[in-house]
Ligand binder design. Structure first.
Ligand SMILES: *Cc1c(COP(=O)(O)O)cnc(C)c1O
Length: 486
């Protein structure tokens, strides 16, 4: 029986009446997740969702309580087996991180603390600032640079475009809008850039037509001479170039733009130099990869994800801005309920909410802080190097296998190849679906120079050469089964 309180009513708390029970159930749940991670290799990477499982998520709003153990059983039976599989070593479909047990445990602590990192004087914000400090150090940015955890690089790129817009038009753009000054801003990115750069132009009110897509060279990097020509043409037409968005690690093939050359042009033309380093920027942690990122230290802003090569659980994007003041001028607002003080809980200004559109914010910083502290950046860098070494191993296996051909140079950790045969686009699309459905591996497809390619992005720290061998075996076997017989 629950005890009535002094008003004579039952307390309406959501805490358990029996903490012992909850504790035992919590330990079982923790064990289930640790078992899952320990034995993940024994599972299929992915499996199609049975229709009855999908249908079970169409139930009516539950009015009555259910036992936690029962709901957890449902999770184990109907949710856990049917995720996309990026924690699995055979997952190579997209640039997704694998996550770690340490990150998982840190997420639990963050959820228990339930901190809101919008602002106020609290140590969780110092943890976020600590990570910002490390990020500045990693990229050679000054102490005056600002930064923020966000959902992912899509949001980080948007924030960077908005700060670049402030740099070009002044903070008055926030009141007057982009049309007021009569300037027509134009931005530049490469054909290999992620679609979220165009989306950021759209959301920033500048329009996707104002984004010039500069062709790529044979290494899938932005063609620097074409960039210079495009800027000159736009200036000649009375437009206002304001932003160059380079990419460090394109999604298709993992190409890194010639960042130093882009920095040079941006400096000469007085443009904002942004780097979308969603997955590639953390290559700075790897002694082998860092040299390819030369020039990133000259960026005005960098977007990247801890949840890709950094292996921090989703979601954990980050935006770093060299000019912290301009960054704040782009977002800070003077609401009375967000009043700052020099003492008490409303101290510690500026707050994270002054640097982005979010007011309430979770404690994403904790899982990144734990990951960096526990593994250390050397180990994280070795994991990154190892995914690139595996990509080279996959490339060698393709070169040795007469049935397969490579479709793009392997700069980092992404390999694009295909099974040689007639009607190759159709056959390779079928191969990829068959490999995914077999649960052996999870590659994806992309288009390289007009040809459909099988794309393997090796991001997960759990992937090893046996996973590469399995991918090769499965590709050749399904290729034989599906190619037109001569
Ligand atoms: C993944 C990726 C993005 C998008 O990042 P999200 O974290 O998914 O929002 C942007 N650009 C590149 C190059 C990416 O690889």
């Amino acid at each position: 029986m629950m005890k009535k309180d002094s008003r004579g009513t039952l307390p309406q708390t959501l805490d358990p009446s029996d903490w012992q029970d909850l504790r035992a159930q919590g330990h079982r749940m923790l064990d289930d997740m640790l078992d899952y991670l320990e034995h993940i290799r024994e599972r299929p990477v992915w499996q199609p969702i049975p229709p009855e499982v999908r249908a079970s998520f169409h139930e009516a709003l539950p009015r009555k309580p259910s036992d936690l153990a029962t709901v957890h059983d449902t999770f184990m039976r109907d949710i856990l087996p049917f995720a996309v599989g990026n924690a699995h070593p055979g997952f190579m479909g997209w640039v997704h991180g694998g996550g770690t047990p340490v990150g998982m445990l840190a997420e639990m602590l963050a959820a228990g603390l339930n901190a809101n990192l919008g602002g106020r004087d609290q140590i969780p914000i110092e943890v976020e600032r600590q990570v910002l400090h490390w990020v500045r150090e990693l990229f050679g940015f000054p102490e005056s640079a600002s930064g923020l955890f966000v959902t992912g690089s899509s949001m980080a790129n948007l924030i960077a475009v908005l700060v670049a817009r402030t740099a070009a038009l002044g903070a008055g753009v926030r009141q007057q809008g982009v049309a007021a000054g009569g300037k027509r801003l134009v931005a530049y990115t490469s054909a290999g850039a992620h679609s979220c750069i165009a989306q950021a132009m759209d959301i920033a009110g500048l329009g996707t037509d104002a984004l010039r897509i500069i062709p790529a060279n044979a290494h899938f990097q932005m063609d620097v001479a074409a960039l210079a020509r495009a800027i000159a043409t736009d200036r000649g037409a009375g437009l206002t170039p304001f932003l160059v968005a380079g990419t460090a690690g394109t999604v298709d093939v993992g190409a890194i733009d010639h960042l130093a050359a882009l920095a040079e042009i941006a400096a000469r033309e007085k443009l904002w130099f942004h780097v979308d380093g969603a997955f590639g920027a953390l290559g700075m942690l790897s002694a082998e990869i860092a040299p390819y990122l030369a020039g990133i230290e000259r960026a005005d802003s960098i977007a990247f994800d801890f949840h890709k090569w950094g292996q921090v659980p989703y979601d954990a994007g980050f935006v770093l801005v060299r000019d912290g003041e301009l960054h704040r001028d782009t977002f800070a607002s003077p609401s009375a309920y967000l009043r700052r003080e020099s003492r008490g809980m409303a101290a510690g200004s500026p707050w994270p909410c002054d640097f982005g559109p979010d007011l309430s914010r979770g404690f994403r910083a904790l899982k990144a802080w734990f990951t960096i502290k526990v593994y250390g950046t050397e180990k994280m860098g070795e994991v990154i190097s190892s995914t690139c070494a595996l990509a080279q191993y996959l490339k060698r296996r393709i070169d040795e296998t007469p049935e397969l051909e490579l479709l793009a140079p392997v700069a980092l950790n992404i390999v694009c190849f295909r099974y040689r045969c007639e009607d190759a686009d159709r056959v390779n699309a079928d191969i990829v679906v068959a490999v995914q459905e077999s649960g052996i591996a999870a590659p994806s497809t992309t288009t390289i120079n007009g040809k459909l390619a099988i794309r393997a992005a090796i991001v997960n720290h759990r992937t090893d050469s046996s996973d590469i061998d399995a991918l090769i075996r499965a590709t050749v076997a399904f290729g034989e089964a599906y190619s037109p017989k001569r």
